[in-house]
Ligand binder design. Structure first.
Ligand SMILES: Nc1ncnc2c1ncn2[C@@H]1O[C@H](COP(=O)(O)OP(=O)(O)OP(=O)(O)O)[C@@H](O)[C@H]1O
Ligand SMILES: [Mg+2]
Length: 305
């Protein structure tokens, strides 16, 4: 089990060399923490939106049977007997659908979504007998990268609150883990299990996998407990802690019920500002320009779902 601060460790947790320019290949980040309700989905949606509004092309993949990323971007739940059924990541993982076929537009032109679906509950079992079961998502992303005329700059994978086969597919496909944490007494509970999972996945399937960063969510710096827990987390994670913290903000919590990211719902809110900061910090850490200056930064539009 990992006991050292990840920032100082050699191996999969060690700092990787940042790329100097916008790469043709997407940067693939898994938003992961097996603990429920820590802000994974909120971060996937709002970081994705913030990067897209900076002009980067972003693909969000909803790997969670709860499909909250899908719902939060305004896609309603479908009944089982409704026709046609919207294609989801389930159809991609179990084949023969491609990511390109399942892709949906969102209210931000540069942000696209591969929906989740409750069928994913069964995928954990159905995938067991499938060839290359751990590589299904990675293979699908490779096909997309090889065939799409407009490459994505970022692919964000919203994971379920479990270290299951769906999360394993995300970890095998990803280059980095983005771990949202709440500054509470039990924040580090489960983290050593997550870090040892990262190490094992890196050894067995994906040597390039590392920890991109740890993000404090729903943060309230007025309490002594938050400050104390934050100090402990900084001591443990070192440079891997994002400087940006996401405050608890009602507009962030309200935005999904309007089917849009907080940057569209209330761009001036503290929550929207914090996710903008996070996007800029991520770009800076990866030595990417603060704005992609491409056509992707068009104004948000109404989409028909
Ligand atoms: N910064 C914030 N301010 C206020 N509420 C927030 C914030 N971030 C998340 N929430 C709320 O906290 C709850 C949990 O957030 P979220 O769904 O993003 O967590 P999760 O880790 O994806 O959960 P799960 O493990 O179930 O997938 C949601 O109701 C969300 O609206
Ligand atoms: Mg979630």
């Amino acid at each position: 089990m990992q006991t050292e601060a990840p920032g100082s460790a050699a191996g999969p947790l060690a700092d990787t060399q940042p790329s100097l320019t916008i790469s043709k290949l997407p940067k693939i980040l898994a938003v992961v923490n097996q603990k429920g309700g820590v802000g994974k989905t909120t971060t996937a949606i709002n970081l994705g939106a913030a990067l897209a509004l900076e002009g980067f092309r972003v693909l969000l993949i909803d790997c969670d049977p709860q499909a909250n990323t899908t719902g939060g971007l305004g896609f309603r739940r479908q009944h089982e007997d409704e026709k046609p059924q919207r294609l989801s990541i389930y159809d991609v993982l179990l084949g023969p659908t491609t990511l390109a076929n399942a892709m949906q537009d969102t209210s931000i032109p540069a942000l696209q979504l591969i929906p989740g679906s409750k069928n994913l509950i069964g995928a954990n079992i159905e995938l067991v007998g499938v060839e290359r079961r751990e590589y299904r998502l990675r293979d699908a992303i490779h096909v997309l990268s090889a065939t799409t005329p407009e490459p994505f700059n970022f692919i964000l994978l919203d994971c379920p609150p479990a270290l299951d086969l769906l999360t394993l597919n995300a970890l095998v496909a990803a280059e980095g883990l983005l771990v949202p944490l709440q500054a509470e007494y039990f924040a580090l509970e489960g983290i050593s299990e997550l870090i040892s999972t990262l190490d094992r996945v890196a050894q067995a399937f994906n040597p390039g996998l590392g920890l991109e960063g740890v993000l404090l969510t729903m943060y309230d710096d007025r309490t002594n407990l938050s400050q104390q827990v934050t100090e402990n987390l900084k001591a443990f994670f070192g440079e891997k802690m994002f400087r940006t913290t996401i405050p608890r903000n009602i507009r962030v919590a309200e935005a999904p019920s309007h089917g849009v990211p907080v940057a569209i719902y209330d761009p001036k809110s503290r929550g929207a500002e914090a996710y903008r900061e996070l996007a800029r910090e991520l770009l800076q850490r990866n030595q990417m320009p603060q704005s992609a200056q491409n056509t992707a930064a068009e104004l948000p539009q109404e989409v028909n779902r």
